[in-house]
Write a new protein. Structure first.
Ligand code: MSP
Length: 468
């Protein structure tokens, strides 16, 4: 037997200062879809997700809730787990940065960085403006009238002794690796942005805090804790290195954190002579009805709201069918309803119901493997999937469903004689099953149900997707 290909994908680990919302859901569903795609292809495909639990932001949020940071993180990370369960996210592990093995691997990693000389041996006094919302130092150009535009807060003046990672040393190597696609940064616009920034020059970065207890102590000086981003990035390596799947094939992230993943993280790995991730994909940000999603506006949508309305598979589908994955876009209930009704209730659901009604009048053993996939549109679908162009992959499927519908309306099988009808069904059902197979990463439960219906394993007349 040949070696099984592996595919190791990750989502960002989400901060536990916030409960899961449609933003986290978007990334996680997309990561699950691409992982399921590779699983279906026969790969040993694994998805890692989890929560980011250390740092000032979490310590502050816990305090606000009158809780100890760990107790607070326990509660919120459970909510993420519950949300992913409700969306049928098939992850291999839910990693928490407070997990013992992560703390151990992170400390070993930091020690290696120190031993290799990638960290300055002595801390230096650092003065800067720190935004807790971002968990990073802000440059004066990033602020508007001294205020962080994303969080509408004044960054904290910070002056303390910090250890430094010599990021500048990796400038040339990073530029070469990214421009040659040895590390693919996608889509192209993000790659250009990152290369542009690297060309302007990199500064060494502070990687420790002297006065923040809620973090992982530096192994070479336990009076300091690791800067939260540094240890958070290591989570991927905690799982990957312990389970023989390093390097990651894909870090799927929002465009807000592409810099950390495509510059700081690969530099850390270069510094300890480890392999770099193969791809970082930064998807777009979205608005809700044209407005930024925010607690103050009160337009935050939870995964529960979505599942209650569209069901599990319906939610997975509408999120990725709404607009191209790399781009910014807008979610509105109206538009999501429209996609759900057009593609699922009237599209796939109606098609299956019509043909199934005729299918049950006949007795024939249906051979599922007869759904041949050697078709040009299927090749297109695969290329789109592998480039994470979900919207376009789904477009191929939409077109095929439309064509099948046209054919059915032309032939009108319900008017045909028995034998003729049977022959038609034997020709058309494989096309439906092929569509079903290709939709499996998006609609795992529904696909299973359709396959069972046509193989005679279950009888069902309930609509797959009730109209909204
Ligand atoms: N904890 C860090 C990540 C560390 S990874 C080593 C973090 N957490 S976060 O909770 O803020 O999650 C940010 C991610 O959530 C984004 O990169 C994106 O994947 C997702 N999104 C949150 N809001 C979003 C939108 N409005 N639109 C699209 N994605 C969004 O950053």
């Amino acid at each position: 037997m040949g070696k099984i290909n592996k595919y190791f994908a990750t989502t960002p680990i989400y901060y536990v200062n916030d409960v899961p919302h449609i933003g986290h859901t978007y990334t996680t569903v997309a990561a699950d879809v691409i992982t399921r795609y590779y699983k279906q292809k026969g790969y040993d495909a694994r998805l890692l997700t989890g929560t980011d639990e250390h740092g000032a932001k979490i310590a502050e949020a816990a305090k606000k809730h009158g809780k100890e940071p760990k107790a607070y993180a326990d509660e919120v990370s459970e909510k993420f787990k519950k949300a992913w369960k409700s969306l049928n996210i098939d992850y291999i592990r839910f990693i928490r940065t407070t997990d013992e093995d992560h703390i151990k691997v992170a400390q070993e990693f930091l020690q290696k960085l120190y031993d290799k000389g990638a960290i300055d041996p002595k801390p230096r006094l650092y003065k800067g403006l720190y935004c807790i919302g971002h968990e990073k130092f802000m440059s004066p150009e990033e602020l508007i009238n001294g205020i962080c535009p994303d969080h509408q807060t004044k960054p904290i003046e910070h002056a303390e002794e910090n250890y430094y990672f010599k990021l500048k040393n990796y400038e040339k190597q990073l530029e070469q690796l990214i421009s040659s696609d040895a590390i693919r940064v996608k889509p192209q616009s993000r790659k250009n942005e990152i290369l542009g920034k690297i060309k302007q020059g990199l500064d060494d970065i502070s990687i420790s805090r002297a006065n923040l207890e809620w973090g992982i102590p530096l192994p070479f000086n336990k009076t300091h804790t690791s800067y939260v981003w540094i240890e958070a990035l290591i989570n991927y390596y905690t799982y990957g290195s312990q389970n023989g799947v390093w390097p990651a094939d894909l870090h799927l992230v929002g465009r807000d954190i592409v810099w950390f993943h495509s510059v700081i993280w690969p530099a850390m790995l270069l510094a300890i002579d480890e392999q770099r991730p193969k791809e970082i994909f930064g998807h777009g940000f979205f608005t809700i009805n044209g407005q930024k999603m925010s607690k103050t506006i009160g337009n935050v949508i939870s995964p529960e709201d979505l599942v209650n309305k569209y069901g599990v598979d319906g939610t997975r589908y509408v999120l990725l069918a709404a607009f191209p994955f790399g781009d910014d876009g807008d979610f509105s209930w109206k538009e999501l309803d429209r996609i759900y009704n057009a593609d699922l209730a009237n599209g796939l659901g109606n098609l299956v119901a019509r043909i199934y009604k005729l299918f049950i009048n006949h007795k024939f053993d249906y051979n599922l493997s007869s759904a041949s996939d050697s078709k040009l549109w299927v090749d297109h679908y695969k290329v789109f999937m592998e480039n994470l162009q979900f919207y376009l992959a789904l477009e191929e499927i939409r077109k095929e469903i439309k064509e099948i519908d046209i054919e059915i309306n032309k032939v009108k099988p319900w008017t045909q004689e028995n034998d003729e009808q049977k022959a038609f069904l034997q020709r058309i059902i494989p096309r439906i099953l092929l569509v079903t197979n290709l939709l499996q990463p998006f609609l795992p439960q529904t696909s299973e149900k359709i396959l069972q219906q046509f193989s005679g394993q279950i009888k069902s007349s309930a609509p797959l997707f009730p109209r909204i």
